[in-house]
Design a protein around this ligand. Structure first.
Ligand code: GLN
Length: 192
């Protein structure tokens, strides 16, 4: 497993994947990316990540990777994987048929920890129980195409979705108490 380590909360994702039972490495080059069967794009700042992807010649390699392998985008990572970004409009990779609005819940102060009731399609595979979600300047999924399956919602908006081999979360699953729950990362491991 690889975790894109240009910016954001990548160390904690490596830790979460290891607790979930995977072998995870930080990815900063196209060669490192190609060696991984699966990639996490962490939360952070999607505009900064786009700039760094450009600067490090990783945009095309990432586009190719998304066409071949599984990617899990969390928060800023989810923004990069969408088909359309609003507030403001921004370049994205269109790996999942989603329209997302950046900072949909408000500005920096608008961060929160909530308990979600995951959908049956999540609990049947990963087990019952509330799912803790840490939101930090999170995007809101305003539209999810028919190909995307909603795995959890918050206030009527999808916050955890899958589409084929890809997954996105608008929250930070890596910031939850990992000794209690790593189901979100474990679900991504089933997509290997
Ligand atoms: N607000 C950030 C963005 O628009 C995402 C925040 C996050 O990843 N925690 O890119």
């Amino acid at each position: 497993m690889g975790v894109l380590a240009l910016q954001g909360d990548f160390e904690r994702h490596v830790h979460a994947l290891e607790i979930a039972g995977a072998c995870a490495v930080e990815v900063r080059t196209a060669a490192e990316m190609q060696q991984c069967d699966d990639l996490v794009i962490p939360g952070g700042e999607s505009t900064t990540m786009l700039k760094l992807l450009n600067l490090m010649d990783l945009k095309e390699p990432l586009r190719e990777y998304l066409g071949l392998k599984s990617v899990f985008g969390t928060c800023a990572g989810a923004i990069l994987m969408a088909k359309e970004v609003l507030n403001p409009a921004q370049e994205c990779f269109g790996a999942m048929d989603l329209t997302v609005e950046r900072n949909g819940y408000g500005r920096q102060v608008d961060s929160r920890v909530v308990q979600l009731s995951p959908s049956a399609s999540f609990t049947e595979r990963m087990g019952e129980g509330a799912l803790e979600a840490v939101f930090i300047r999170a995007p809101i999924v305003r539209r999810a195409g028919a190909a995307a399956t909603v795995l959890a919602e918050y206030e009527g908006n999808p916050v955890l979705l899958e589409q084929g081999r890809h997954m996105v979360a608008t929250f930070h699953p890596e910031l939850t108490d990992l000794t209690k729950d790593t189901r979100v990362h474990k679900l991504f491991l089933t997509k290997l």
